[in-house]
Design a protein around this ligand. Structure first.
Ligand code: AMP
Length: 222
């Protein structure tokens, strides 16, 4: 199952993928995490990437595509993936089609207020990239990752100035993908305004319904 998770930063794509990857045994491929990994390695490529990521700008397509291609050749993607953060532009969507076939695009949407609230409270593990939220999804011990004990930090691009910049890029460059995938008949929408910790939220269940159906369709074809 090759699935794209679409939606603005802070809508919760990474959090949903974290819950779903083990159930469906397919990896969460988050291009932003791949970039941050490369940045941490201190490589020349990592330093180049940092110039864009730390200021909330999009990394040039050729670099993004190269990093993604390398990741998608790894063995764990053989049964599929949950792709998060790519594509972010129409050009990237077209380039992605040349690398692999996408089965479904799940588009999560929420109001801007909800998104800013989620992003400014987000904390990320420096070691394993697991995501928390100081209000909605806090770790057991403040500042420490439940999973690996790593230090939690606030990403440089999760500060208000960079958030606003990233959102304006999203509305301009990424939002056109909604229509693009709708026309291709690949898009399914999910309302992500309620937090998953809210008992009334059915974001995870709705996503699972989509993935279960997709899995069945694929099994019937094989
Ligand atoms: P994210 O973790 O998805 O919020 O991404 C963090 C940062 O990585 C973004 O603000 C961009 O600087 C960069 N980035 C993520 N995805 C892409 C992409 N598809 N194309 C170019 N740059 C990206």
């Amino acid at each position: 199952m090759n699935v794209v998770l679409l939606g603005s930063q802070g809508v919760g794509k990474g959090t949903y993928a974290q819950r779903l990857k083990d159930i469906y045994k397919i990896p969460h491929v988050a291009i932003g995490d791949l970039f941050r990994e490369e940045m941490r390695s201190g490589s020349k490529l990592g330093n180049k990437i940092a110039e864009f990521v730390n200021t909330g700008k999009l990394v040039p397509d050729d670099i993004a595509l190269e990093v993604l291609k390398k990741r998608l050749t790894k063995k764990d993607t053989k049964n599929g993936f949950l792709l998060d953060g790519f594509p972010r532009t129409l050009d990237q969507a077209k380039a992605l089609e040349k690398i692999t076939k996408i089965d479904k695009v799940i588009y999560y949407h929420a109001s801007e207020d909800v998104i800013v609230d989620r992003l400014s409270g987000r904390r990320t593990c420096r070691k394993c990239a697991h995501i928390y939220h100081i209000k909605f999804l806090p770790p057991k011990k403040e500042g420490v990752c439940d999973i690996c004990g790593g230090e939690l930090y606030q990403r440089e691009d999760d500060y208000p100035e960079a958030i606003r910049k990233r959102l304006s890029i999203y509305y301009k460059k990424t939002a056109p993908l909604i229509d693009y995938y709708k026309k291709k008949g690949l898009l399914v929408e999910i309302d992500a305004n309620l937090n998953i910790s809210d008992p009334r939220s059915h974001i995870i269940k709705d996503t699972q319904d989509i993935l279960d159906r997709l899995k069945q369709e694929k099994q019937m074809k094989n």
